[in-house]
Design a protein around this ligand. Structure first.
Ligand code: 7UC
Ligand code: FE
Length: 308
């Protein structure tokens, strides 16, 4: 069956997906639609948790989040974001510009979120297409950035767990460094499927940029993913790249030309190419219960991509 796609680009809608028959759609065709449009909305999808998981498995290889506090009690592959403790999960996730799992050795190819409880009409997710951001980087700055790598860590955004209460903070910090050591990615990458070049940094996880020692192994090669050794770039370079890509703290996402705002509809799943989009939760103004389920997948291609 051909996908029923309405619109194009970020926010293109796909209608008529039957949650009871996830394998009824051609997974290859859906992956192509995600690579092409980058963010698609599965309108009126309304799957049960079981159907949601089956759909994710049809699309790619589902990856469980490393921290069990986020796991759905029955389906640990489902990441739960909720301020309702009876729903499980963690409140106020992702309220900062980030790329899911950019601080891990294998970031996700696809993220799919399903809003289940949404107070008001102004909750959603902000997105920036990092291929567009890279295209706006002046040529001279591009030259400075090519061949460099970024240092990425979740340390500023790891949530305190209930089980950490009364633990010494130093011990918790050491554990964060052990569990999630820095990942070194090329600052500019090439999408393994579309071949498009993109800027691969995010405000939440990217800490610095450096020019690696020539002896350092290439990322995405069997020799390893880099050691972090090299010559640091001026911090201004990272500041400028975050600014160009709309991710600076002083930028209002509501007015920035690169930012796409996707508001939530209950039962409409958002599904995106997590290589090339940076995103941030938009918290609305209406109080109340907010619950979202999330699945994350890899797609068999090198993640996050190849050096540009
Ligand atoms: O609680 C959160 O906002 C989770 C965040 C630090 N990581 C999401 C991810 O998939 O990288
Ligand atoms: Fe996220």
């Amino acid at each position: 069956m051909m996908l029923d796609i309405h619109g194009s680009g970020l926010g293109a809608e796909i209608h008529g997906i039957d949650p009871a028959n996830p394998t009824g759609i051609d997974a290859e065709e859906l992956r192509d639609a995600i690579y092409r449009h980058k963010l698609v909305v599965l309108k009126d999808f309304n799957p049960t948790p079981e159907q949601f998981l089956a759909f994710g498995r049809h699309l790619g290889e589902v990856r469980k989040y490393y921290e069990p506090i986020y796991h759905h009690p029955e389906y640990p592959e489902i990441f739960v974001s909720s301020n309702d403790q009876s729903a499980g999960g963690v409140p106020k996730t992702g309220a900062f510009w980030h790329i899911d799992y950019q601080f891990m050795p294998e970031p996700f190819a696809f993220t799919m979120t399903l809003p289940l409880a949404v107070p008001g009409t102004d909750r959603g997710t902000y997105f920036v297409d990092l291929t567009q951001a890279w295209a706006q980087v002046p040529e001279e700055l591009k030259q400075r950035v090519r061949g460099t790598r970024s240092v990425n860590s979740p340390r500023r955004y790891v949530k305190i767990r209930p089980s950490d209460v009364y633990r010494p903070i130093g011990e918790v910090l050491l554990e964060i460094e052990e569990v999630t050591p820095p990942q070194y990615w090329p600052t500019a990458l090439k999408h393994p499927v579309t071949g498009e070049e993109y800027l691969y940094i995010c405000e939440a996880f990217t800490e610095s940029i450096y020019r690696p020692d020539p002896a350092d192994a290439l990322p995405n090669s069997p020799e390893g993913r880099g050691t972090g050794k090299g010559e640091p770039l001026e911090p201004d370079v990272l500041t400028e790249l975050l600014h160009i890509s709309g991710q600076s703290a002083d930028i209002d996402p509501e007015t920035h030309p690169l930012v796409h705002t996707q508001h939530f509809g209950v039962g409409d799943a958002l599904l995106w190419d997590n290589r090339v989009l940076t995103h941030r939760a938009k918290h609305g103004s209406t109080p109340g219960t907010v619950t979202t389920h999330r699945l994350t997948m890899v797609d068999g291609h090198p993640t996050p991509g190849l050096p540009a």
